[in-house]
Design a protein around this ligand. Sequence first.
Ligand code: SF4
Length: 381
Amino acid sequence: MSVEAHTTVRPWRMIDRRKSRQIHVGPVAVGGDAPISVQSMTNTPTSDAAATLDQITQLEEVGADIVRVSCPDTDSTAAFRTIARESRLPLVADIHFHYKRGIEAAEAGAACLRINPGNIGSMDRVRDVVSAARNNGCSIRIGVNAGSLERELLEKYGEPCPEAMVESALSHARILEDLDFREYKISVKASDVFLTVAAYQALADATDAPLHLGVTEAGGLRTGGVKSSIGMGNLLWSGIGDTIRVSLSADPVEEIKVGYDILKSLGLRTRGVNIIACPSCARQGFNVIKTVEALEERLEHISEPISLSIIGCVVNGPGEAAYTDLGFTGGGKGSGMLYFAGQAEEKVSNETMIERIVAAVEDKADRMKAEREAAEKSAAE
Ligand code: SF4
């Protein structure tokens, strides 16, 4: 059943997305009714084009839509030209105070610049960066961070707070609007979940610009994943957010995986295999935890949206299998039942179950891909 059908039949699953205006990061639409894009950031030295491209490929394989690359110096912007030419994903060049790096990155093929116009310096410099963006088809992300708010705002408000963050964001946005540049999106990130959510809620009311969500410096894989899920999950659930980045002190590939997991939990994106699994207990007919671990790894390459239930016994197995594309339920003596679309299909031994499930999922993914491509082809004709 499609996401749309799910929400039509079950209105309590509906998320009414905020109506933002649409911009583009290269070919990826951000805002409006575009799918919520998932992004991460490379952590290789940008001057090492080969290593950075290798990491971009890894991010592409797990489904990244957009990748951000830091450009702190001229070696980086020089390498950025090669990286942008070779990358199949659109790149955001991360610039902080050096306006010249922004111009270089725009000319070197960046699809978006992450730069705060109020931090660049004179209006002449701002104009030059905005012209470079405009002439090279680059959008801009205004990125406000609670940890680096302008001194005047900290003096005015006493501490980083939602009002200060929104005021900062809107003052950067006004500079772009005054130059008639509207291809921008905004983020207002904080490491504190409450501050992040309150800042985005206030910003969402104050502008129609698309919003890039993130809880910054969230922490390692587990704690950062939990904080991001609470912060971004809360916002996404209320319809706020057009593109997301999960900031983790972990491999950037994990950021993409967690990002998709958040969106999948809310039915906002459906990429890849969604495994529903029980926690296991003494009733389990096979080792659920080890099986799920193995399946997650073996099915990482699948991008078609497929639901798969892996349930230790008949207490919940058939019930979950009824609502998933494929299901496996333990319980026989050393074997379990494989279900296709809720129907018991075949008895499979515990020894061969992983291979059999992987083959069944791959087969379903191939059929879905062929059907999708045929539908796209006939729509294009
Ligand atoms: S489904 Fe069965 S094995 Fe899994 S936790 Fe429940 S009772 Fe235990």
